[in-house]
Design a protein around this ligand. Structure first.
Ligand SMILES: [Zn+2]
Length: 354
């Protein structure tokens, strides 16, 4: 794996917060500085609310997830995202019939579930028919047990990924560099088996062959176990997405990208990107390398207090920069011939010759 040394962010400390007038040159284009729009204050406000006890662990089959969904829809409206006509109020609502596998005699229960989906129309008359989808699940596992801390707040999993979607929506809405159309989606019921994302992948409100890439976010709240500011790109063997990201990440970014270690490879199939991959789309999940080995994973103390907001903020800023060529249509990912098999040898080679 490639773990590059942590380099400081080479931005002056005196940058004003309303900074969209200031453009930084990046590989021949101008980019509104992500640090000006994706601030630690904004990131903290989102992740703090989404992981608060008030939301009772955001169980997709319980009533409190509605508070998270209302918040996300409000933030989409505030960012200026459009609603798809089939998803009024940014809500992609559907019925899901739950059958209890442990009690096969129990009657099935039907739930009304909602993904939250908004979009930005592309600025180019032709390229606006192509779509990049940014997604993350907003649900978690709710309340379990009846003594002690019973609320599973899911701060890292996945208030952080949801925060990334909100921050990127706000950023790209202001940047207006998207020749392609951008879709921002937060999924319900990932923890119940990728239910929300599977439904959206089936119900895309545009032609499925116009989805250029689906970028998913999971557990972005803590640096790697050794403290390094790395971000893991899952499924690098499947498409050229990771090459596009590596080329676009500014050399002075405090974040460096790493491939999954052998025991982490299977996590490509562990989140909502899988629902889109299953229908043939190019996808990835971006996650902290810590996410697969965190002792607080699916524990009641996956709390806000344990997050590293500096890492989270810088990770989202890096994501804004490294996905820009997809947004501006300067890059188009393709599937890698040979896929996972071809990659095994290449990854070995990379580890020998980093
Ligand atoms: Zn998750």
């Amino acid at each position: 794996m490639r773990a590059l040394p942590h380099r400081p962010l080479l931005l002056p400390a005196f940058l004003p917060s309303a900074l969209f007038g200031l453009l930084l040159p990046l590989e021949g284009q101008t980019l509104p500085d992500p640090a000006g729009a994706i601030t630690r204050e904004l990131v903290e406000a989102h992740v703090r609310f989404l992981s608060s006890d008030e939301l009772q662990g955001r169980d997709a089959f319980g009533p409190f997830i509605g508070l998270a969904e209302d918040y996300i829809a409000r933030e989409f409206a505030r960012a200026g995202l459009r609603e798809f006509p089939s998803f009024p109020g940014y809500r992609h609502t559907f019925s899901y019939e739950f059958r209890n596998r442990r009690d096969t005699t129990a009657a099935p229960v039907t739930y009304r579930l909602s993904n939250i989906v908004g979009w930005l129309e592309g600025t180019d008359p032709v390229l606006k028919d192509e779509f990049i989808l940014f997604g993350a699940h907003h649900d978690h596992v709710g309340v379990r047990g009846d003594t002690g801390d019973v609320i599973y707040n899911g701060a890292d999993d996945n208030a952080t990924g949801t925060t990334a979607v909100l921050a990127l929506a706000n950023y790209f809405a202001r940047a207006k560099l998207n020749k392609r159309s951008l879709v921002f989606a937060t999924f319900t019921a990932e923890e119940r088996g990728l239910i929300g994302s599977r439904q959206l992948a089936q119900d895309l409100p545009f032609p499925a062959d116009k989805l250029v890439a689906m970028i998913n976010f999971e557990m972005l709240g803590k640096p790697a176990a050794d403290g390094s500011y790395t971000l893991m790109v899952l499924g690098p063997e499947r498409s050229t997405l990771d090459e596009i990201f590596r080329a676009a990440l500014p050399p002075n970014s405090p974040i460096s990208l790493v491939d999954p270690l052998p025991h982490q490879v299977r996590y490509y199939n562990a989140s909502d990107n899988r629902s889109f991959d299953a229908l043939g789309h190019i996808t990835t999940t971006l996650a902290s390398p810590r996410s697969t080995d965190d002792p607080l994973y699916h524990r009641p103390n996956d709390h806000f207090e344990h997050l590293d907001l500096d890492y989270l903020t810088k990770a989202i800023q890096a994501i804004a920069a490294m996905t820009l060529p997809l947004v501006t249509a300067e890059a188009t990912p393709v599937k890698t011939p040979g896929g996972p098999e071809a990659f095994a040898g290449e990854a070995r080679e990379r580890r020998r010759n980093p």
